[in-house]
Design a protein around this ligand. Sequence first.
Ligand SMILES: Nc1ncnc2c1ncn2[C@@H]1O[C@H](COP(=O)(O)OP(=O)(O)OP(=O)(O)O)[C@@H](O)[C@H]1O
Length: 243
Amino acid sequence: MAFPQEAKHTEEQQLEPAVEQRSLLTVTNVERIFHVGGSPLHVLKGIRMELKESQLVMLRGRSGSGKTTLLNCLGGLDTPSKGEILFNGLPFHSMSDDGRTLVRRKDMGFIFQAFALMPLLSAWENVELSLRMAGVSRTLWKERVAHCLELVGLEKRMHHRPFELSGGEQQRVAIAKAIAHKPMLLLADEPTAELDSNMSAQIMAVFQNIIRTEQVSICMTTHDPTILEVADHVYEMVDGKFI
Ligand SMILES: Nc1ncnc2c1ncn2[C@@H]1O[C@H](COP(=O)(O)OP(=O)(O)OP(=O)(O)O)[C@@H](O)[C@H]1O
């Protein structure tokens, strides 16, 4: 199988002067209500946001403000109770679970706070596993795995297993794993939460690098005020709303 997004950005387009970026994700009046002990709990209260191609957007807010709930809705892991989410023109809010799963597998990558690596597999094998899961042809694995690990600066650690890597290095493997199948959108929940400020800065530099070279858009949650400056836009969340 060829990589589906290969033709997304042609050389010709890259040489053209900057044009208005296309909207990848449009969120309109999204609400999420959970029912807890028979009472409704309004966690998202009318969220509107937009993410364009090759943008880095951050969701910032206190614990419990609803960031993860929103990220889950954006990634199709959960569905809003009301409102609309358009991803690459597709109505995510009204698609079936199976439909969303297919889109997610092909066009999205996920990064979590706790790295989510297979402990017995090397960095190389972890990234390879992600290509296998995405149904990418085996003939493409070697070149793509090497490329992704180089992109995140781990060419010298390719055959280390997670326990032989630092927290920052493990998170870089997780990033390589999340971008291996060439997603359009990367969703990251507190990707720097477990890292010190130096390692967090390195992860943000990797994000900026992959936005440039892989034409991916990134939406991430954070508590950390020191990394906000690299975002194209920061949405500040308080009690289920943007302020
Ligand atoms: N499945 C669920 N059922 C009931 N309540 C939920 C559910 N998921 C989340 N909540 C509640 O929604 C609120 C927001 O949670 P969420 O995890 O989205 O916040 P957050 O901003 O990501 O917090 P943190 O930064 O601590 O991860 C919390 O009060 C949480 O208890």
